[in-house]
Design a protein around this ligand. Structure first.
Ligand code: PMP
Length: 285
């Protein structure tokens, strides 16, 4: 297995970053995860746009331009013969003696790129069954719109889900509204087949899969309402699901032990899942 670290393609076992890397010291880094399907990176331009936004918000320099970054991602995929799976990239503010203030401008950012094959049948079998979700109090900082590697609240929330036999945790804000999942966006479908998901302006990461699914739904003539919804509303929803680059569209069949849609994946979520790659593949040509 080969990975890319700061200008070099190296064997996984030999890859390393410095102990004074700000990613390690302060989680002073941002990342992206893209789905790879039939050897192609799904929605790469949207991932690059979000990466740029994360970097800008943190006043962090880009490690290279997007055309070069695209070449590196593709090269890592090729060297690992990944046709189906994911590619991960992380940028940190680089290596400097531990000090809260940003280092001097001439400190180069760290860039790490890895890729891994994932059997597409695995995701299909999870989606065919549907997943359980538990709610947890929102305890993250206000800048969850930035895709930083500071994910400890997400790790703890997902561990709580795992302990309860669930696959995802949905954060709930002080007013009882669901924000998003530990590593996914949250959606419900109303009795009238309206897709409801929280606006990306507050409390969530603007998921690339979320954006592409909104495109798809509207193209299919479905209504999408970007508004916050409560736990109570979600528990009585017709269908519910999550989106992310690694799960695409995956049905939620249980929320805090309340069955959704009779505890089985519903028809609309199934249709959205199967329609997703048609539009995503077309978008990434
Ligand atoms: N919210 C959070 C907190 C996430 O970690 C992710 C996955 N990166 C998402 C939403 C979904 O984003 P995307 O569709 O771009 O994978």
């Amino acid at each position: 297995r080969i990975v890319y670290v700061n200008g070099r393609y190296v064997p996984y076992a030999e890859a390393s970053v410095h102990i004074d890397d700000r990613g390690f010291q302060f989680a002073d880094g941002v990342y992206e995860v893209c789905e790879v399907r039939d050897g192609r990176i799904i929605d790469e331009p949207r991932h690059f746009a979000r990466l740029k936004r994360s970097l800008d918000e943190l006043k962090m320099a880009a490690p290279m331009n997007e055309a070069c970054l695209s070449v590196v991602l593709t090269e890592v995929l090729h060297r690992n013969r990944v046709r189906s799976g994911l590619v991960y990239l992380q940028v940190t503010r680089g290596v400097a003696r531990r000090e809260f203030f940003f280092p001097a401008d001439d400190v180069p950012p760290t860039l790490v790129v890895t890729a891994r094959s994932v059997d597409p049948l695995k995701g299909e079998s999870v989606a065919a069954e549907g997943i359980r979700v538990v709610t947890v109090p929102e305890n993250r900082w206000e800048r969850v719109d930035i895709k930083t590697t500071g994910l400890l609240p997400n790790v703890l929330a997902k561990m709580q889900a795992k302990a309860a036999g669930a696959r995802e945790a949905w954060f709930v804000d002080r007013d009882g509204f669901i924000t998003e999942g530990g590593s996914s966006n949250a959606w419900i479908i109303s009795e009238e087949d309206v897709l409801i998901t929280r606006p990306a302006e507050s409390g969530i990461l603007r998921g690339v899969t979320r954006t592409t699914l909104i495109d798809l739904a509207r193209k299919e003539g479905l209504k999408v309402e970007e508004r916050a919804f409560t736990v109570t509303e979600a528990k009585v929803a017709k269908e519910a699901f999550i989106t992310s680059a690694t799960t695409i569209v995956t049905p939620v069949i249980e929320l805090d032990s309340a069955a959704i849609g009779g505890g089985k994946p519903g028809p609309l979520v199934k249709r959205l899942r199967s329609g997703f790659h048609a539009i995503a593949a077309w978008r990434s040509i």
